[in-house]
Design a protein around this ligand. Sequence first.
Ligand code: SAH
Length: 668
Amino acid sequence: MNFDQQRERLVENELRILGIRDESVLRAMRTVPREEFLSEEMQEFAYRNAPLPIGSGQTISQPLIVAHMAEALELEPRDRVLEIGAGSGYAAAVLSRIAKQVFTIERHRELADTASERLKRLGYANVQVRCGDGTRGWPEEAPFDAIVVAAGGPGIPKALLDQLCVGGRLVIPVGEVPDSQQLVRAIRRGDDEFEYEELGAVRFVPLIGEAGWEADLENQRPNVPRRTAKPAQNLPVQLREAAEPFSSIENADLRPLMERIGDARLVLIGEASHGTSEFYRIRAEITKALIQQKNFDFVAIEADWPDAYRIHDFVTHKERSEPHDWEAFSRFPTWMWRNQEVLDFIHWLRDFNLQHRRRGRGVGFYGLDLYSLFTSVDCVLNYLDRVDPQAASVARVRYGCLTPWEGDPATYGRATLTGRYRSCEGEVVRMLEDLSKRRVAASVHDGEDLFDAQLNARLVADAEQYYRIMYYGSDESWNHRDTHMFDTLRLLLGRYGGRAKAVVWEHNSHLGNAAATQFGKHGQHNVGQLCRQAFGADVYAIGQGTDHGTVAAASVWEGPMETKQVRPALTDSYERLMHLTELDAFFLPLTKARNTQLTSALAQRRLERAVGVIYRPETERLSHYFDASLPNQFDEWIWFDATTAVHPLTTEQLAAHEAPHPFAIIDE
Ligand code: SAH
């Protein structure tokens, strides 16, 4: 791979996935050649997401940190920016692609000269480099719209605060010891008014100077006092009083929760990771109670339609005469649904449906997600083969357009975007229209098969679009996916008719109202928000969280499952607050809380942790925390201080289930 390809991969496969969302930052990271800012022998490592030596005992920052700091500066194209710590000049070059003008100061003469010459040579005409002590700022050019300090100080130099415009942002690593810091953002709200916010733990080389550390680092005496965000006051005590503790998941008293849920038709139960046993188990218990006591009609989960439909057949005792030639949830990330916790629930549901046959079609189990492009194509073709072989051959030709991309649908998106390959949009949309018009064939039992095929055709059309817009930006594709999930949910509710009721199982990030998080600010919506908008008070959303323990997760996409240690929660997070209650497990009513003062105190934004199928403790703040207002996100919160990984099904356990069990291993 050449440097351009490596850079593209770094931006798309790392920075984006690790949480950088500002498109102007991603664009800048995509244009600045990091290799040009390194010595020849370091160039081969240019696109490792790591700091690298640049001489004089200093380093070029990790790309992720450069992007994260640039994002935190919230730059506008007309902004003038001051950087302290030019180093190689790389970060200044990145900033210069987003803002109008960049001034950067470096205390090492040699580095300053090299950076200046290099930036000139590469054509970064809107960057000026000066050699000196950056803790004094650059008074002749002040005030600045944004100031970024690329070295860690004992406090925030006053000169820098003074040289910030009103409305200006300053981002600086601050720490009591020279080599470990909290990234702090100060926003100037008025002449003497500053707002401080901690953005997470970081590690920078020390800031040396008048308002920094002394050059002789042996003597680690800070020259200025440390300033940080104010700690929360007696919130943990209030939380402890408001919480409804429970000691065992299986015997938790759910009555107060059931009362709060009342007549809600949609109960959304989120999870803070895709691999924590406690989240799955309490969710199953609540779901059982909803089915038994409130006649809920179906469960809809964050999984692909065809896989979950296999489970649906199983729990509603409708195994087809034609065995499906695939196993449910046998692709990455298998542990997310193919685990003991889910297995226990689906066996319970199957028994329940057997005992309550009089309740008509039985309680259903469906998947809302859209990652099964090719399995869904197969499902549509299988259906047509059975009912209308002629239509099946037409469908084969149309869907054939997608065949070259079977191994990797993401490359399809890129190929159509660059115009190197024709899009299959027309074909998949036409298939969807054909199937939508179709009437139930006489040979097909009660229309369920047609409904299944229609949903698969819809999934193919939405997935095709998903892969095409993936390259326009993460917000578009996220919104498209969550809209698909919400539409599927709505179709299901419609199919059940009347005031049908559903329990939804997805990650917190899909179910908590996105408008109450940093993602909402960026224009993202999600299933939780769409449900609120459409169903209002008929929705009851529950989130879950944990402080520490173990979690089943991979280190990279398609990587193997590992049991990983979950780090104790960061100081400025909701999780830390919950941990300080010293309670092991509890329900915390938020919107229906008695102590409304507590709810408004909790509404002040804090960090919240989200672990998906990937967990990277090394970059935890950036990869797994986002900022949110909990009571605006959820109606209720469930807490487990310590948690354990889900139990994936072993080969022996799988072998014990013979086809047509959905989790069985089926011979090829
Ligand atoms: N932004 C740089 C990385 C900077 S590393 C890049 O992209 O390559 C931090 C730099 O800050 C080091 O080069 C160090 O010499 C410099 N530095 C430390 N204290 C300083 C001060 N008071 N004024 C100016 N530069 C300083």
